[in-house]
Structure formats: structure tokens, C-alpha cells
Write a protein that binds this ligand. Sequence first.
Ligand code: AMP
Length: 391
Amino acid sequence: MKYLDQVEVSGKRVFVRVDFNVPMDKSGNVKDDTRVKASLNTVTYLREKGARVIVASHLGRPKGKRVEEFSLKPVAPVFSALLKKDVPFIDDCIGEKALAAVAAMKAGDVILLENLRFHPGEDKNDEAFAQELARLCDVYINDAFAVSHRAAASNTAITKFVPVCAAGFLLKNEIEYFNKAMGDPARPLAAIIGGAKVSDKIKVLENVIDRVDRLVVGGGMAFTFLKAQGYNVGKSLCETDMLDLAGTILDKAKAKNVQFLLPVDVVIARTPTADADVKIVDIKNIPDDWMGLDIGPATIATFSEAVKSARTIVWNGPLGMFELAPFSAGTFQLVDAAVASGALTIVGGGDTDTAIHKTGKSDRISYISTGGGAFLELLEGKTLPAVAALG
Ligand code: AMP
């Protein structure tokens, strides 16, 4: 696979697939420009090289039809302001309008095309639609890591029809950091896996157990493992149909000499609410009508120790219901442990990212992935179709 800095782009028409799937407020304005900012390295580099930069993205799920609330038009002024350069918005991504706009571009110009998903061919990875996109450009750059686990015309089929294809700087970072952490890591390598359900993360657990030295499991999913070990988990989240699988994973960890850390104490409440009465109990003492909503202080201490002495850390999923203050200490203190470790730390998944932002310590984590689903699929050991298409 080639990277952007390995291909000739000067004077070329360069199509850049970005992820501008930004949250919008009720009046149709961009609520958070993080994803737009994430594209700036690649777009600025291309401008400086004298490329003509054609930027395309999806927004929301318009399902192959033009739906005004999913128009990318409100993103153009935000993008222009960040780039300090006027970015004309073109209200289609293929056809005469798009071709004419591209033909009028000069070196260093940038245009933003309308939502790719207004055409049904996008999500179907349709070759005819991909060929229409390919007509706009000489070089194709994929910088939309967050959608690279789904084959679409603008990230997979298009690579068949553009002679020069490469990964942009954001995609490069994602792949390089992930490979550093999971490919040939400095050891010990610890994975922290949390979140609500075992069923969502089972493939992740099965894959990482073959690679890590330590597996730290918290969040709602820990209770399925505790139940599999014979503990009463009360009203905690527990997937009874996953108990056998949880047992198999525990056995595998033992056979492979992987340190498998589960909570030893938990913060419990009768209801998952911010004003609920809470107690800290040993995992042997969870009452029937109470639920575990965070890891307890003894667990925080052992988890933190395992994390602080690791040299590489991969993290997906919060360790408790961190959105509510009484259940946030576990996740937040593990952020401190990761920061204190000095280890290469890679974090992915929307909730984990939100939790780390809440602590204000995002810039002290080596890398926070821009992809939720795509990051999980990498952790599952899968090859992402849009990345494979660049190979
Ligand atoms: P996931 O998307 O699978 O990473 O799950 C994230 C969600 O899991 C967050 O919204 C947390 O509030 C929730 N969560 C974490 N720990 C618990 C728990 N012990 N009980 C219920 N929900 C939890």
C-alpha cells in the first residue's frame, strides 16, 4: 500500500475520501468539527503540492436519496474557515456539475462535493457509480478510516478505476499506530476491554487473547465472566447465552498463560441513575436486586498496576457506566494509569474516546482512533476492505 507522500500529486486532480460525518444541531449547523479538523493535514499537504483537491464524504444515512437534512452544505463554511481558504460546495458528487467544477479548479483549489450517499451506488460498492467518481480525478486518496470496514464505491470500487491510489495521513496514522501496538509490540502488551456486552466484543477477545500478555476486562461484560466463574451477579448486565463462551475464553487464557484480570470488587446500585444510593462490595457479595455499574477501588488498584507496568496498551470500552458520575471513577482512573505508564497507548471506540475527552487528558494518550467499528474490526484481526483495496 502506498501513502500520500509516496505519490506524485503536483498539478493533479486528487479525489480525497474523508470522513465529514459530523454531528449537526437542530438548526442544521455543525456541532463538532473534530472530523473536519482531522482532514486538514492531508488537504493542506495536497494544496501545498499544487494539487486540485476534490473532497468527498458521506453524512448520516440518507439511503441512496437526496435528503436535505443530510446535505454536506453546512460543512463547507466550517471547512473553509479551518483551511483559511474558500471551499466552494458542489451540490452533487458526480455528473456535469461536478465535472464542470473540477474543470474550473486551479492548483491549490479545494472543492467539497455533496453527500456520496445521496446515490444508491455508494453503499452498494457499485462499479458504475465508482467510475463516475473516478472520472473526476487522476489520483485517489482514502483518508476516511472510520468507514474503511465497509466496502463502498468511494473507498473500494473506485480504486479499480483510478490509476494512482494511496492512503492519506490520517489513514496512515491509524494503520501505523495499530500495527506498532498489535504487530510487534514492546512487551508486556496489555489490552483493556470494557463496554456493555460480551457478545459485541467476543471476536475481539478471541483475537487479542492470542497476542496480549495481560487482558483487563471491566464494564458490563465483566459480569458474564464472573457469572461463568460461579458468582452471583444480581441484576448486573449478564448474557446467559454467552456463559459457555466466556468459560472457554477463561480456559484459553489459562492455557496460554495470559494474565486475565476481572473485577474483585464493584460499585453497585439498585438503579443505573446518577442519584442512586451506591455501595462498594466484594464480587462475592452482590445482592440479588442490585447491579454492578463500575469497578471498585481494590479492582482499580490491581487494574492500574497491570496497566502502569505495561509497555504497550490497547484499549476499547469503558470500565463502568462512566456517563454517570458515581460510576465513572474506574474508567477515569484507568486513564490516569495509562498516562502514568508512559507506554504506547492506542485507544479506539466512541465511548472510550468520549470518556478520555472528559478527563481532559486526550493529548497524553499516544493515539486515539477516529474509527469505532473500523477499530473494533482491526482488533478482531480482520482486514478492512477499503484498506485492502489500496494494496
Ligand atoms: P460499548 O459500546 O460496548 O463499548 O459499551 C459502552 C457502554 O457500556 C457505555 O455506555 C457504558 O455506560 C456501558 N457500561 C459500562 N459498564 C457498564 C455496566 N457495568 N453496566 C451497564 N452498562 C455499562
